[in-house]
Ligand binder design. Structure first.
Ligand SMILES: *Cc1c(COP(=O)(O)O)cnc(C)c1O
Length: 408
């Protein structure tokens, strides 16, 4: 399996700053929640807001778009161009930044998987495109390793394909046949069991057999330079989530890779109304938003970003401590992404509250706060600063102190 280190460190980013990026300080600065709205919609309709100290999870509304992204979206809602013209230009720009032949904006990494499979099964044939999800007479098998089966793999069968599971090189070689449309690879924290077949061998076999390959790298950002690395790993197509670590629009994603395959994926998607992907529509302003999110994320100075996050956690810890028996520690995620978390751990004999009770108390308090308990950190409490607005770290710290000190 590719290690985090080898994957992450190969591409030192040298993409030139352009006009839109002149103010990188703005992107790196702490988010300030705007307050000058004419209406309070949440209040009007009775929706309870919450402070997200858990991270950019889909159920929590995803990541927070950077100001540059919101600006691009605002531009796109007022300035109209033909959707295909806009997508061509945005795709070209994203491909240049990623160092690949072509790119498109999808409605998320899941849609990237559906469209990649549809592209591989139809290879641009309009009749076949219109036939999907009926795959009679089409290549319709997607090869996946046993250890790469995961929550999102149904996206690979959504366009009508079937999965063929392999657990060894021998099984892979005998699985490849006239019906094989694509070979899939998952690169994420989700597969602790590792790979059944080494990646280089898997790719060699795919090349020899002339079978398109797809890599799911959805969770592999930040840093955004991982997208560039992923494009250089030898896969024909790679998919990324836009609304997670890239901090693009919640409902956007990227599909990057070979020019012909990207054009087939485009043919299988909106605005082509005779395509399976018609329902995976992306708003024109989101094309721009996704492009700017990628640009902005590529220009983030990681060291600066970590320093800023450490300062946020320091202010939070300042509110929490001292509580006897509590250990608070800033940790770097040991997975494939570069992210900092604040880990809390307490001696249950001194602080008499379970993690579940603690999470409930934060959730039900005022303001309501969400944090996460992560299995990979041994069930410890896990706090993220990525979606916090300026000053919210103080409120989070205070609530943590109140709850823990009431449990002594
Ligand atoms: C989140 C995730 C997806 C789906 O991403 P969306 O952009 O929300 O569709 C796919 N694969 C992996 C590994 C993910 O973590």
């Amino acid at each position: 399996m590719t290690t985090r280190r080898s994957f992450l460190k190969s591409a030192a980013l040298a993409y030139p700053a352009c006009g839109l990026l002149s103010n990188t300080a703005k992107a790196q600065g702490t988010y300030v929640a705007p307050t000058n709205f004419s209406r309070d919609y949440f209040k009007e309709i009775g929706v309870r807001p919450f402070i997200n100290a858990a991270g950019g999870y889909s159920a929590f509304g995803g990541a927070r778009m950077r100001p540059e992204v919101a600006e691009a979206i605002r531009y796109g809602t007022y300035n109209k161009a033909k959707v295909d013209d806009l997508h061509n230009a945005v795709g070209k720009r994203i491909a240049e930044m990623a160092g690949c032949e072509a790119a498109m904006v999808t409605s998320g990494a899941t849609a990237s998987m559906v469209l990649a499979t549809a592209a591989a099964m139809t290879m641009g044939d309009q009749e076949k495109i219109e036939q999907l999800p009926d795959t009679t007479g089409l290549k319709n098998e997607v090869i996946i390793q046993k250890n790469h089966r995961y929550t999102y793999d149904r996206a690979l069968i959504a366009a009508g394909a079937i999965l063929v599971e392999v657990a060894s090189e021998e099984e892979l070689l005998s699985a490849i046949g006239t019906r094989t449309a694509m070979m899939f690879w998952l690169l994420a924290n989700h597969n602790p069991a590792g790979d059944n077949i080494p990646m280089t061998r898997y790719l060699e076999i795919a090349t020899e057999s002339k079978i398109p390959t797809f890599l799911d790298g959805a969770t592999m950002t930040p840093p955004a330079s991982n997208v560039i690395d992923a494009c250089n790993m030898g896969f024909d197509l790679v998919g990324f989530s836009g609304g997670k670590g890239l901090r693009g629009p919640y409902s956007a994603g990227l599909l990057l890779g070979k020019g012909d395959l990207i054009s087939y994926a485009r043919a299988n998607s909106s605005p082509n109304s005779r395509s399976l992907g018609r329902g995976m529509k992306v708003a024109p302003e989101e094309y721009l938003g996704m492009m700017v999110a990628f640009e902005t994320a590529l220009n983030i100075d990681e060291a600066e970003d970590f320093k800023r996050k450490r300062e946020i956690f320091a202010r939070m810890m300042n509110e929490i401590t001292p509580i006897p028996g509590l250990k608070a520690e800033v940790i770097v995620d040991e997975g494939m992404v570069n992210e900092l978390y604040l880990d809390l751990e307490w001696d249950p004999l001194q602080v008499k509250i379970s993690i579940d009770e603690f999470i409930e108390a934060l959730r039900n308090g005022s303001p309501s706060i969400e944090i996460r308990m992560l299995k990979f950190s041994g069930g410890r409490v896990h706090i993220s600063s990525t979606v916090l607005a300026e000053g919210q770290e103080i409120m989070v710290g205070r609530r943590i102190r109140e709850i823990l000190s009431a449990s002594i």
